[in-house]
Design a protein around this ligand. Sequence first.
Ligand code: AMP
Ligand code: ZN
Length: 135
Amino acid sequence: MDCIFCQIVQGCRPAAKILENENVLAFLDIAPVAFGHALVVPKKHYARLEDIPIDELSAVISVVQKIGPAVQAAAAAAGYNVSLNNGPAAGQVVPHLHFHLIPRRTGDGLQLWPQNRYDEGGLEKMAQAIIAALG
Ligand code: AMP
Ligand code: ZN
């Protein structure tokens, strides 16, 4: 069991736990983007979003929805980002599916991603490519 989050779930590694139920564990990120930054993980090991059965994902999202306002309140924040890095190219370092919950304050300076513009026709072309990939 070399997965850090599996070790936390099994109790072999310490964590500041926030909420635990049969299928889900929420705990504080050890290196927070903002104080109160929390992680919500399924207890079973799945690497990516597309790997987890929908009922277990639903249980995970339920916990995200439940703890969000509490994280915001405890961090004296005005909102929060919910994010999931799906795959190493997307910044996923720990290969155990997890949602980040990051408290935000107006003007806190945290920059989200830059945006691009499609070339003429590129928007429709991309939509068609995704529809084709859906099969
Ligand atoms: P990601 O880049 O989406 O895979 O995020 C992994 C997150 O896990 C990072 O924000 C780390 O700070 C956090 N992390 C790594 N090890 C631990 C740990 N032992 N306890 C709590 N959070 C951790
Ligand atoms: Zn794991």
